[in-house]
Design a protein around this ligand. Sequence first.
Ligand code: FES
Ligand code: FES
Length: 197
Amino acid sequence: MLEILSPLIGLPVQILRGNITRLQLDGRAPNPVTEEVSLVDITVNGETRQLDVEPHMPFLWALRDELGLNRTKYACGIGICGACTVHVDGQPRRACILRIGDVRGSITTIEGLGSPDALHAVQQAWIDAQVAQCGYCQSGQIMTAAALLARSPSPTDAEINAAFGGNLCRCGTYPRIRKAVRLAAAALAGDSAPRTR
Ligand code: FES
Ligand code: FES
């Protein structure tokens, strides 16, 4: 039916099916190699947004360029450094290798973890332990720490090492990251002093 209607009412089949094809508006015929975009609904930091993007766009591009959430960083672009870590339904995921069309669930970025007036315990611990050096990797490190403590409130050294195995820091802040994770664990548990295991 759509194929019959399409030429009659002058709209591409993709539009009738809910996809949109970018059309040239200068009077020329559309480029046969059209760039398809789709309307994608995503929930980021508690807010549902509709994006008009190519489904294969890396989720990191959508966050940074479409939503202006640019504190999630781009580094390797191939899923091995952790700089772009966000939470998808509470699980740490690499936004650079997720396609926007495949994203399902509730997204939290570093902007949604806490606020300047109400820092997440991990963010406060990062300040207290003075973790950051250049800072570039740190939003990914903090998101990894928050996900770790959500699933393991009192992680062992082995659990910490395993959780951060895929988060690289060229400044070598790893000892301070471990210290901050223990500080945050203690704060979340209501302890005055961090525990070491
Ligand atoms: S930029 Fe995504 S893992 Fe490195
Ligand atoms: S603080 Fe510089 S890369 Fe981690």
